[in-house]
Design a protein around this ligand. Structure first.
Ligand code: ADP
Ligand code: MG
Length: 686
């Protein structure tokens, strides 16, 4: 293997134990890792821009003579002002933090070279806190674009540059092995790395910013291939052990379907068939069911659960929040009690004796169906004979969590896995994020559903909207009023909800208003939701806790305050809480003006479309995969170079290369995964 991997960081100048420890925090533990720590962006310090030609917002080098040094303002607002002239114009350098020594060192007539961001005022261009130094030689321009490395703390840009300089010389001496087929004229691994760390001045900067430079594409191709291989290995690993063959000997699912007050849609039936076929083999099922909000995934999950239960196995149903898990509990209890199926509930809030009892029932096998949150795969939970795991809202769980649960079966077998997501995942993403899964799509809504009419209304017309809420409530309909906040703080969200609640309760005399937010205990939330569902309240003021799964068919109007703060996928989820019955439903996006152009364009998408897949594609385009999948926390999609959807066009080739590598060079597979995985969660195999 290459010498780079084995070369330790401490062989580099400037790296002692302290620096090594800091680099470790970036997942860098050898020279090769350092090479894969690629610049985020570049600055062009290769040319000096005439002051007269400065454009607002540009990051540039300027050079000129000091015409004036002065201090303006007083007290905490004191700032050091330096006027710089170069014959084409005058620029102001402004320093809010400065020392007397710094001021004294600057003299009229000094020649300075500065780098900074231009702010074009009415009269003069200004740079706030530019980097500057005295220029001694006329042409001491940089030879390459200046890389800016991802850095949060402990390592300065200067240090990153010194480190990468050294790593690049190691690279020149010990080029790493090429693990991907290289075509003529293409970048190889080494040349691509060299280019991206130190692009020449003439490099296409726009292409670099967009991630479509051939050097980036070369690395992205390799990274995506490594990821693909790790997903394939994951899949192979999760199929090393057999799963139980599950057949619906008691025809329970048929009884269940017949007892439903509606006919399943053709799409539901098709997906049920796909699942039934999977369960009947000993190859562990790994199936993702995607279906828009309200497409009826729960019924499909229930039918699958009955097949497992009929064959004598336990089923675990796991949801990301207690609220959603509780709703499943209620649904399943309603459907399964007539079939005499014993059900157990396990969530974080289940404590003490209750928890002991639940654990005992799960371990003895007395509980056929276990519903809960991630508390289900914590230590201490032992199943007697788990055959099927159903996970709702997959994207909130990591690959590892899923695997952990499917292994806790109580025997030597692996459980089948059914994963459901209401956030339609763009095809691009599912190819990458869920390469280890088979996909089923419920692409049909139950009959009679009408698309939710969506309007954008300025918050200045709030009174009108409150009137509209009153009218809907008096007509016997129910209404959601959703408060949003950017901060992911339950406390602040709760405050926002409380103030809207107070306002609405006062304005809407005679209308029963309730509130749910994340600071309430699960029991309280449950009580409020049940009461709302039962029609005891007409208006529910809520935070985004109601996002997933809540089902109240009589609710026909939803107001979303400050929708501009949310992503499209989340808005679509929220909106899916209405339009669940047969009456026409509406959603009012009550935005705060002024609305930026981008926000307006985003909200327009909501107005134009009710199609979750289309909305998800738009969301991906606008916000990137981390946000769309909600996996920023789990790091699922944190690639170093690859970007989606920008690199979507590489995916086909990625599949081919992965295939070929497995066939022809299986010995390279691990090396490739190791090279790219580092200690990141994006890769399943770490
Ligand atoms: P989601 O896919 O968003 O999880 P749910 O499973 O909660 O959707 O179903 C939404 C609502 O639609 C529920 O009230 C459910 O009982 C109902 N439903 C499901 N399938 C059908 C169907 N085929 N016909 C009519 N209503 C259905
Ligand atoms: Mg659901």
């Amino acid at each position: 293997m290459s010498g780079i991997v084995t070369q330790s960081l401490e062989s580099l100048r400037g790296v002692g134990p302290k620096m090594a420890e800091r680099l470790q925090r970036y997942g860098i533990s050898n020279v090769e890792d350092l090479l894969f720590h690629l610049p985020l962006r570049y600055q062009d310090r290769t040319q000096v821009t005439p002051i007269g030609a400065l454009q607002d917002g540009a990051e540039v080098v300027i050079e000129g003579d000091v015409a004036l040094v002065s201090v303006s303002g007083g007290g905490r607002r004191r700032s050091l002002i330096v006027k710089l002239q170069d014959g084409t114009g005058t620029a102001t350098l402004r320093f809010f933090h400065f020392s007397q020594a710094q001021k004294n060192a600057l003299q009229q007539g000094d020649r300075l070279r500065c780098f900074g961001t231009v702010r074009r005022g009415a009269q003069q261009a200004e740079m706030i806190h530019p980097e500057y130094r005295r220029s001694i030689h006329i042409s001491d321009n940089e030879e390459s674009l200046t890389p800016i490395y991802p850095s949060t703390e402990g390592v300065s840009q200067g240090q990153w540059r010194k480190l990468s300089d050294q790593a690049l010389s190691v690279l020149a001496k010990h080029p790493p092995e090429e693990l991907l087929p290289v075509r003529e004229n293409d970048y190889g691994l080494s040349s691509a790395l060299r280019f991206l760390h130190r692009p020449p001045p003439e490099a296409d900067q726009q292409a670099l910013r967009d991630g479509r430079h051939p050097a980036q594409l070369r690395l992205a191709l390799e990274e995506l291939t490594a990821h693909q291989l790790s997903m394939r290995e994951m899949r192979a690993r999760s199929r090393e052990r057999a799963a139980p063959v599950l057949r619906d000997s008691k025809a329970l699912s048929q009884h269940f379907l017949k007892a439903l007050p509606f006919e399943p849609t053709a799409a539901q039936l098709r997906v049920m068939e796909e699942i039934t076929a999977d369960l009947a083999t000993e190859k562990p099922m790994l199936r993702l069911v995607q279906g828009d909000v309200g497409s009826g995934k729960t019924v499909v999950a229930a039918a699958a659960a009955l097949i497992a239960i009929a064959s004598g196995y336990q089923v675990a149903v796991m949801a990301p929040t207690e609220l959603l898990a509780e709703q499943h509990r209620r649904n399943f209890a309603g459907w399964f009690s007539p079939l005499n199926i014993s059900q157990m509930w396990l969530a974080g809030s289940v404590k003490g004796q209750k928890r002991e009892q639940a654990l005992a029932a799960i371990e003895s096998g007395e509980a056929s169906l276990v519903i809960g949150t991630h508390a289900l795969f914590q230590d201490g939970v032992e199943f007697a004979h788990l055959g099927l795991v159903i996970v709702d809202e997959q994207h909130r769980f990591g690959v590892h969590q899923r695997l952990a649960l499917s292994e806790k079966t109580g025997g030597a077998w692996r459980a089948h896995q059914l994963i459901m997501t209401a956030t339609p995942i763009p095809r691009t993403l599912s190819m990458v994020a869920y390469a280890d899964l088979d996909c089923s799509i419920i692409d049909e809504l139950p009959p009679g559903r009408q698309p939710v009419g969506t309007v954008l209304i300025d918050n200045q017309r709030r009174q009108e909207i409150i009137e509209r809420v009153a009218i809907a409530c008096r007509e016997g309909r129910q209404v959601y009023w959703v408060c949003t906040l950017i901060e992911d703080s339950d406390t602040l969200q709760a405050q926002a909800a409380e103030s809207s609640f107070a306002e609405l309760a006062e304005a809407l005399d005679g209308i029963a208003v309730a509130m749910v937010h994340g600071r309430m205990k699960a029991k309280e939330k449950d009580a409020v939701m049940s009461a709302f569902k039962a029609g005891h309240y007409q208006l529910l003021v809520a935070t985004t806790v109601i996002e997933v799964g809540v089902d109240v068919p009589n609710a026909t109007l939803m107001i979303i305050e400050n929708p501009e703060r949310l992503g499209l996928a989340q808005l679509h989820q929220l909106r899916g809480r209405v339009g669940r019955g047969s009456a026409a439903s509406h959603c009012v996006l009550l935005y705060q003006s002024p609305l930026g152009q981008q926000s307006r364009a985003r909200l327009q998408v909501m107005r134009e479309s009710n199609d979750g897949f289309y909305i998800a594609e738009e969301d991906l385009r606008q916000r990137g995969p981390g946000e769309v999948l909600g996996t920023r926390q789990t790091g699922l999609m944190e690639f170093r170079v690859a970007r989606l959807p920008e690199h979507e066009h590489l995916l086909e080739e990625v599949q081919e290369i992965a295939e070929a590598l497995q066939q022809e060079h299986p010995q390279w597979v691990q090396a490739l995964i190791r090279r790219w995985a580092g200690d990141r969660q994006a890769f399943a195999n770490v």
